[in-house]
Ligand binder design. Structure first.
Ligand code: SAM
Ligand code: DTB
Ligand code: SF4
Length: 324
């Protein structure tokens, strides 16, 4: 089979996505890796560090999430962290090699006073020469523009799963709400970071439909986080059967083929993945990771281990962005 350096398409049919998903693994990897090389330096991995700027107490009921008020996960809700603490964390992340700093808040949507404080954080982090990303729930157009004007580069808002499976995971916010927020963010001129979670109990068809929805948005998200469920005691989805690692690789490879120019991020769940599985994900087209010992509220691999893994694979952290 030849690799196909096709044009960027947003008109994929579900059947085409299903066909890719079902290819013999070597054919799928051959095609994905070929496209990866066409559009990216295959030795480069973009490094993002996450910080929870507002932890817990979230009114939404996402069945996977330790920060929802609907579950008792032993997490103590915290207030929005002070600006100086965020700046210090961002400086440390930059010193350790991160080029993007992602600020996450356990909100359904930010209130005006909260947003004003967060725009200050964005301005300060951008001032350190880092790319900025925020994930704050639903946004109004004015809020998205205020974040953009403060220097926000990316807004993370995930679809999480297929539209069909979604109601089994979340009841307090609809799939349409999520698509609306993505449109608002895009219309405001922000780059979009949008992906999902594998391991919620969804079928392969749901994975195919999630990938299809992402790849048929009016523009592909510049950044596509593929999370593996981090199981947390007390959440509805704790105790799900583990994901077949090779199925996870298939999701990455199909994402790479459908969205050849997007950064595919091997996101949450890496503490449960072997080095070999991560190596296969990078080969399949993943070229971004969350870096640093903590995701939002759960652990991530040690930074030293990640740097060592990248070195063993002959991969290197991507250079920081050119100054704005
Ligand atoms: N509250 C905002 C929202 O949901 O839009 C932003 C923060 S929320 C924690 C961001 C994303 O993290 C979720 O959409 C979900 O995809 C991911 N996430 C949350 N808990 C997770 C878990 N236990 N395992 C994997 N991904 C998770
Ligand atoms: C994304 O797709 N994954 C990140 C980020 N976007 C905000 C969040 C992962 C959270 C994992 C569970 C936790 O640490 O609370
Ligand atoms: Fe709230 Fe986001 Fe967690 Fe859902 S994923 S409960 S919206 S913090």
């Amino acid at each position: 089979m030849e690799t196909r350096a096709t044009a960027i398409r947003t008109d994929w049919a579900v059947a085409e996505v299903a066909e890719l998903f079902g290819l013999p693994l070597h054919d799928l990897l051959y095609q994905a890796h070929g496209l990866h090389r066409t559009h990216f330096d295959p030795a480069e991995v973009q490094i993002s560090t996450l910080m929870s700027i507002k932890t817990g107490g979230c009114p939404e009921d996402c069945g996977y999430c330790p920060q929802s008020v609907h579950f008792n996960t032993g997490l103590t809700p915290e207030a929005l962290v002070p600006l100086a603490v965020v700046v210090e964390a961002a400086r440390t992340a930059r010193e350790r090699g991160a080029t993007r700093f992602c600020m996450g808040a356990a909100y359904r949507n930010p209130k005006p006073g909260q947003l004003a404080r967060i725009t200050e954080m964005v301005r300060a982090v951008r001032g350190l020469g880092l790319e900025t990303c925020a994930t704050l729930g639903m946004l109004t157009r004015d809020q998205a523009e205020a974040l953009r004007d403060a220097g926000l580069d990316y807004y993370n808002h995930n679809l999480d799963t297929s539209e069909a499976f979604y109601p089994q995971v979340i009841s307090t916010r609809t799939y349409a709400d999520r698509l609306d927020t993505l449109k608002t963010v895009r219309d405001a001129g922000l780059k979009v970071c949008c992906g999902g979670i594998i391991g919620l109990g969804e079928a392969d068809q749901d994975r195919i439909e999630l990938l299809h929805t992402l790849a048929t948005l009016p523009e592909h998200p510049e950044s596509v986080p593929v999370n593996q469920l981090v199981q947390v005691a007390g959440t509805t989805l704790n105790g799900q059967a583990p994901v077949d690692p090779l199925t996870f690789v298939r999701v990455i490879a199909v994402a790479r083929i459908l969205m050849p120019k997007s950064r595919i991020r091997l996101s949450a769940g890496r503490t449960d993945m072997s080095d070999e599985l991560q190596a296969l994900c990078f080969f399949a087209g993943a070229n971004s990771i969350f870096y640093g010992e903590q995701l939002l509220t759960t652990p991530n691999p040690a930074a030293d281990h990640d740097l060592d893994l990248l070195a063993r694979l002959g991969l290197r952290p991507a250079a920081p962005p050119a100054p704005a």
